[in-house]
Design a protein around this ligand. Sequence first.
Ligand code: ZN
Length: 73
Amino acid sequence: MRTMSGATPFQCRLCHYRDYVAIGKSRLGARFYACADCSVVFMDPAKWSRPAHEQVTPNFAHLMPQSKKSSGT
Ligand SMILES: [Zn+2]
């Protein structure tokens, strides 16, 4: 998605800054960006713009071992 209007469709998840810079490219072709304000590094500006809770794996809770030991006295 590319906007030519000048408005960057990006908002830092951490500091909510709306600008970022491209800092490099890995050997595999993955690009890296950094927030222009807090310098956090991310790979996908669009993803990084979303709140963190949207990227939490929803089915993670059931993987945690439930220690429901009935230690009766
Ligand atoms: Zn930031």
